[in-house]
Structure formats: structure tokens, C-alpha cells
Design a protein around this ligand. Structure first.
Ligand SMILES: Nc1ncnc2c1ncn2[C@@H]1O[C@H](COP(=O)(O)OP(=O)(O)OP(=O)(O)O)[C@@H](O)[C@H]1O
Ligand SMILES: Nc1nc2c(ncn2[C@@H]2O[C@H](COP(=O)(O)O)[C@@H](O)[C@H]2O)c(=O)[nH]1
Length: 243
């Protein structure tokens, strides 16, 4: 585990607005609808109602996992989904087409461009970014709901999204997943066999930028073993850290 300087500038982020927002019953997806916004009214998930003398541990329950395409983020997330139901994994919205085996509402909510535009216009996304020709975003309301309930939340998003989360919620812990080597990253991305060569090239271009941004993250985990990374990630999520 490589640990960067965890000190962060800036004040506490607010999610009060997030709690007041949610996804519409249907975002016009190509594969169906997105679940409706939760009905319940939720308090400020960033603990604004809490005492300054008693730090609200919910503030630190948001963990962001980023890293270059092909490093193994989805593999790690799938293992956590399988073995650790106590961790809530955000399901992103994307305009990318499903890969074989991917299911609407499990890996992603697959929407068309108009559906994504609508989510952006209505402020339904906590963050969003364009990556290698497709758009991806994190539905705001479900994250706010889980954080308000004190549930540990994990987002798997790209560097641009991680930067947006850092700005909006400085209390989030940002974890960078690094490959053992550049060669191994290329091997994994190519070996996955899900993208044509030109898309692999775009993703590797983005990977160079993402690798150069490792220092922006609080912690780096090197994905040599999926099991080890899962254990390290779960240990981080269980550790509220210091103020
Ligand atoms: N520790 C590991 N050792 C060897 N292979 C791995 C390891 N972790 C993941 N892989 C393999 O690497 C490939 C890429 O993994 P994965 O799809 O999880 O990457 P990703 O970071 O989610 O990529 P993307 O950002 O493009 O979605 C997969 O074929 C996966 O099985
Ligand atoms: N900013 C965001 N990035 C996201 C989100 N969901 C996934 N991603 C990232 O996109 C790339 C490509 O993913 P792939 O499934 O097409 O291989 C990868 O880095 C993901 O982490 C999101 O909601 N916001």
C-alpha cells in the first residue's frame, strides 16, 4: 500500500443539495428505466446537523476507487459485491453499450445520449465525465441516501470524476488502483478483449494521464492480487481516519 499525504485543503463538502435530488423514474435509457428517487426525506448526509466537537464518522464513509482502464477496478468491485454486501456500490449511468454479460442496473444503468443529457440538466448526477468516447456519471440521490444512513459507499469512477468528488466532498477518501507495471496494464486491457484496438489506444492515452495523477489520491493500492486489494480496501473503509 502506498499512502499519499492525506491532508486536504478546503472546508467540509455539503451533500444537503444531494439529499434533495434524485433520479427520475425513467431516464429514457436504451435498456429500461432507472429506479425512482427514494421517497423518504433524508437529513444532510455530510452530518451538518452534527456537533463540531463530535466529528461525524459518516463523513468518511465515502470511498472513491479510480485508476487506469484495465487495472482491475471492476474485478475488485465485483469481488466486493460478491463477498461484502455490507458495502454499498454505486451503480453508474453510462452511454456506453453493454458488454456481453453486463446487465442494466447491475454493472451500469445503460442510457442513450438524450437520457444522459436529461440527468445532467436536472442535476441528478453527483459527478460525470466523458471517457474514451462515452459518458459516465454517478446518480446523486442513492449515494446521499446511503451516506445519510451511515452505510459505507464505494464509487468506481475515472480521474475526472474523482476530482469532482474531491471538490464537492473533501471528506471522501480517494484510492488509486495502480498496475504492477505498464506492461501488465497493457496486457490486462488487451487481454480483456472487450474493446477494438483504436479504443484500447484511447484508453491507454487516458491511462498515461491517470497514472501521472496518482499523487492527488490519498492512498495507492497496487493490484497484484485481487484478494489482497479487496482486503486493503475494506480495511481502509473500516478506518474512519483522523480529522
Ligand atoms: N490482480 C490481477 N491479476 C491479473 N489480472 C487481473 C487482475 N485484476 C484484474 N485482472 C484482469 O484484468 C482485466 C481488466 O480488469 P477490469 O475489467 O476489472 O479493469 P478495470 O480497471 O475495471 O477497467 P475499465 O476501467 O476499462 O473498466 C480483466 O481481464 C481482469 O480479469
Ligand atoms: N467519472 C465517472 N467515471 C466512471 C463512472 N463509472 C465508470 N467510470 C469510469 O469509466 C471508465 C471506463 O469504464 P468502462 O466500464 O467503460 O470500462 C473507467 O475508468 C471507470 O472507472 C462514473 O459514474 N463517473
Amino acid at each position: 500500500m502506498r499512502t499519499a499525504d492525506g491532508d486536504r485543503a478546503g472546508g467540509r463538502g455539503g451533500l444537503a443539495a444531494a439529499a434533495a435530488s434524485g433520479l427520475p423514474a425513467s431516464a429514457g435509457g436504451r435498456n429500461g428505466s432507472i429506479p425512482p428517487r427514494p421517497d423518504a426525506a433524508h437529513g444532510a448526509p455530510d452530518g451538518e446537523e452534527g456537533s463540531a466537537a463530535r466529528p461525524d464518522l459518516r463523513r468518511r464513509r465515502l470511498t472513491v476507487l479510480s485508476g487506469p482502464s484495465g487495472v482491475g477496478k471492476s474485478t475488485v468491485v465485483a469481488e466486493i459485491r460478491r463477498a461484502h454486501p455490507e458495502v454499498w456500490l454505486s451503480v453508474s449511468v453510462t452511454t456506453r453499450s453493454p458488454r456481453p454479460g453486463e446487465k442494466h442496473g447491475v454493472q451500469y444503468y445503460f442510457v442513450d445520449d438524450a437520457g444522459f443529457d436529461r440527468l445532467v440538466a436536472e442535476g441528478e448526477l453527483l459527478e460525470w465525465a466523458e471517457f474514451a468516447g462515452n459518458r459516465y456519471g454517478t446518480p446523486r440521490a442513492p449515494v446521499a441516501e446511503r451516506l445519510a444512513a451511515g452505510v459505507p459507499v464505494l464509487l468506481e469512477i475515472d480521474l475526472q470524476g474523482a476530482r469532482q468528488v474531491r471538490r464537492a466532498m473533501p471528506e471522501a477518501r480517494l484510492v488509486f488502483l495502480a498496475p504492477p507495471s505498464w506492461e501488465e496494464l497493457v496486457r490486462r486491457l488487451t487481454g480483456r478483449g472487450t474493446e477494438p484496438p483504436e479504443v484500447i489506444e484511447r484508453r491507454l492515452e487516458a491511462a498515461r494521464i491517470e497514472l501521472a495523477a496518482e499523487k492527488e489520491f490519498d492512498v495507492t493500492l497496487v493490484n497484484t492480487s485481487v484478494q489482497d486489494v479487496c482486503q486493503e480496501l475494506l480495511a481502509l473503509m473500516a478506518d474512519p481516519g483522523s480529522d
